[in-house]
Design a protein around this ligand. Structure first.
Ligand code: WTA
Length: 664
């Protein structure tokens, strides 16, 4: 299907699902009960941000109140300037101080089920406070000071969240790297952030095998002379090499550290974390978020989007990894201030069997379940019998994030998982936005499969043309944000020019999100996907240039072009077109297969498994314009196997196209 036809088909989706009957009661009362209330708060936040965000922020703990709520204009805004707070205090200590120390704040389930039952840990707010304090003291003993960058490369164990919060507690800046990334991705990020300490695990469990995290760190650090200490948590008891003096066991230094460690009051705009994400160039960018604005934004959006209620039976589970922004904002920072237990699961959805997630939902009586469309499509394919075997009646709100959800997957989620009793919140947002930007509210917004509906309170989202002018409803355009919001990124670490070029140059005065979108006649937003050289693979951003650089670093490859290709489960897969040095051209189909496999493995080593191309094609030349630009749109059509609507007159060598077509 061409992109235009796809856009038309989703726009003609007219099934409308009002919030399910009784949902407000099941959620302990609606926070936003209807669209009038949403509109009233939304308009209040837009017309008087100082009043609105000041009153939201006053519900948090502050060491010192702010002088101004919002100062400056986009892109350079400061929120709650002059104020001092601590994110860890607001996530954890505040609940202990208020007498809720015995309530459970974090539930964790390990992947292995050797004897039929998985390992489960339930940490109360008091236990979290103690563990975080010990970890913070241990980090300090290893030389970490306020403002230092701590790299975290761990599996999904409680200590990952604990380390993040320990950094926040003492004003260190964390940089979490997803455990699926390779040694060279770690090296790039450690170097860019000039990080002197890495916290890792010996290994992490994934579908019954051990991912050798510590070995990956060793390999990454072999080429860098920067890191003084590697703090290693023993999780899998796998063998590892030990670098005396540099490497330190977690149980040696954390367990014996003092559990007294007061939270350091931090300036509102003090950096909280860096999170690297792919962009249009080969180098990932370190998105910078700061303290108070991010805290207020994530906690407020989490509360409204999920209708979170403390002192209820709520059990919230987001299936993301803390290595992505979804894990940062909606496993840890946005959820904890709301005093609702957050569940962390260590492993794969199909370990030991395809019903693992539903088994977890049933056993832990999960009320809020937040996952990605790619996972939903995999569940659909695995079959209804897996969820049907389990009692999913505890579920109240279902969320989705990361990529557009196709209406078919939405309907399956609604019927088979939610039994038509649970609203679906399709949340559009980005690493850069810190938290939800466009999303339904569970008790207020009638939903339409495939649309992320309406802006979050205080978000001035619009569809604009190349000049930044709003286009009429029904017309496609660029998704932009016209007013500042507290959780907006404050920069790209160490690269002001790139920050300005990427987000602020294309539409002067507006935040350019990089997505194409439309609004329908109801004003609902429909996200059409990236308009830059970023591919959304299984809801994870991959820069085409990053994958291309990895491919050309292989000795056989001269030139590579990478484009997205529709994929049944991943949404978008990666197609790579490569030209080879003549003597390396495969002569037999077997040689060809072997080289394809070798290139896929090479990209896996260079970046990580998520970047492995789904399709590799060899060609004598890439289709280029007369001025030498690779015609990516043409390659996209070839990869998707569709007739191209692209104008071919600019193609330099028409023979290239027939060769590409013949091979695909
Ligand atoms: C895409 C993930 C459609 C979009 C939180 C965005 C979505 C990119 C949705 C950000 C959604 C995220 N519907 N597309 N509900 N949510 N996206 O930084 O292209 O990993 O720009 O943040 O994911 O990806 P990121």
């Amino acid at each position: 299907m061409s992109e235009d036809a796809r856009i038309e088909s989703v726009l003609h989706e007219d099934r409308l699902f009002p919030p399910p009957q009784g949902i407000a009661e099941r959620l302990g009362g609606a926070l936003i009960g209807d669209l009038d209330q949403w509109r009233e708060e939304h308009e209040r936040a837009l017309s008087d941000p100082d009043e609105y965000w000041g009153s939201v922020a006053s519900k948090f703990w502050w060491a010192k109140s702010w002088d101004s709520v919002l100062r400056g204009t986009m892109p350079d805004t400061a929120w709650f300037d002059g104020g001092q707070t601590n994110v860890c205090f607001n996530c954890v200590d505040r609940h202990v101080v208020a007498g809720h120390g015995d309530q459970v704040g974090l539930v964790w389930e390990g992947e292995p089920t050797d004897d039929g039952t998985p390992e489960i840990r339930r940490l109360t707010w008091s236990m979290l406070q103690e563990e975080i304090s010990r970890t913070a003291n241990a980090l300090r003993d290893l030389g970490v000071q306020s403002g230092d960058v701590v790299t975290i490369y761990m599996g999904m164990v409680p200590e990952l969240a604990i380390t993040m919060l320990a950094c926040a507690r003492i004003g260190a800046v964390h940089s979490v790297i997803f455990g699926g990334f390779s040694a060279s991705a770690i090296a790039d990020r450690v170097q860019d952030a000039q990080s002197k300490i890495v916290v890792t695990c010996d290994g992490s469990w994934r579908r019954g095998s051990v991912v050798p995290l510590k070995a990956n760190v060793d390999e990454a650090l072999a080429s860098i002379d920067l890191v003084k200490h590697v703090l290693v948590l023993k999780r899998c008891k796998n063998d590892l090499e030990w670098h005396g003096g540099r490497d330190v066991w977690w149980h040696d230094v954390v367990d014996s550290a003092s559990s007294e460690c007061p939270c350091v009051p931090m300036d509102a705009e003090a950096p909280l974390f860096l999170l690297y994400t792919s962009g249009s160039t080969g180098k990932p960018k370190g998105i910078l978020h700061t303290t108070a604005g991010y805290m207020v934004w994530t906690a407020h959006t989490a509360k409204n989007t999920f209708n979170l209620r403390a002192d209820s039976d709520q059990m919230y589970w987001c299936t993301a990894d803390c290595g992505w922004i979804t894990g940062h904002s909606y496993i840890v920072y946005g959820i904890m201030p709301n005093r609702v237990p957050t569940l962390m699961y260590e492993g794969a959805p199909n370990a030991p069997a395809e019903d693992r997630f539903w088994d977890i939902c049933a056993r832990h009586k999960v009320t809020h379940f937040y996952t990605a469309p790619t996972a939903i499509r995999a569940f659909m394919k695995w079959g209804d019998e897996h969820p049907s075997r389990h009692d999913l009646s505890s579920l109240q709100v279902l969320g989705t994030v990361g990529e557009p959800i196709n209406p078919e997957a939405w309907m399956w989620y609604y019927r088979v998982i939610g039994h038509e009793r649970c609203p679906i919140v399709d949340t559009w947002w980005q690493t850069e936005t810190g938290g939800h930007m466009i999303t339904p509210l569970p008790c207020a917004t009638p939903t339409v499969p495939g649309s992320c509906t309406l802006p979050a309170i205080g978000v001035d989202a619009a569809i604009v043309d190349q000049d930044g002018q709003e286009v009429p409803h029904g017309t496609g355009g660029l998704l932009a944000i016209r007013k500042p919001w507290p959780g907006m990124l404050r920069g790209i670490y160490g690269d002001r020019d790139r920050f300005m070029d990427t987000y602020w140059a294309r539409l002067p005065g507006l935040y350019f999100a990089g997505d194409g979108a439309r609004r329908d006649e109801r004003g609902y937003f429909w996200i059409m996907g990236r308009v830059d050289d970023v591919i959304n693979v299984s809801g994870h951003r991959m820069g085409t240039m990053e994958v291309e650089s990895a491919l050309v670093s292989h000795p056989s490859v001269v030139e590579a072009a990478v484009v997205g290709v529709p994929h049944e489960i991943k949404g978008t897969g990666i197609a790579a077109f490569c030209t080879l040095i003549p003597e390396q051209r495969p002569k037999t189909p077997e040689d060809q297969e072997a080289l394809m496999a070798e290139l896929r493995a090479h990209v896996g080593r260079e970046i990580g498994a998520i970047a492995k191309p789904d399709l590799v094609r060899f060609t004598d030349a890439l289709p280029k314009t007369r001025s030498g630009k690779i015609m990516r749109r043409l390659l996209r059509d070839v990869a998707a196997g569709v007739e191209s609507t692209q104008d071919m007159t600019t193609l330099e060598d028409p023979k290239v196209l027939s060769q590409l077509r013949g091979e695909v």
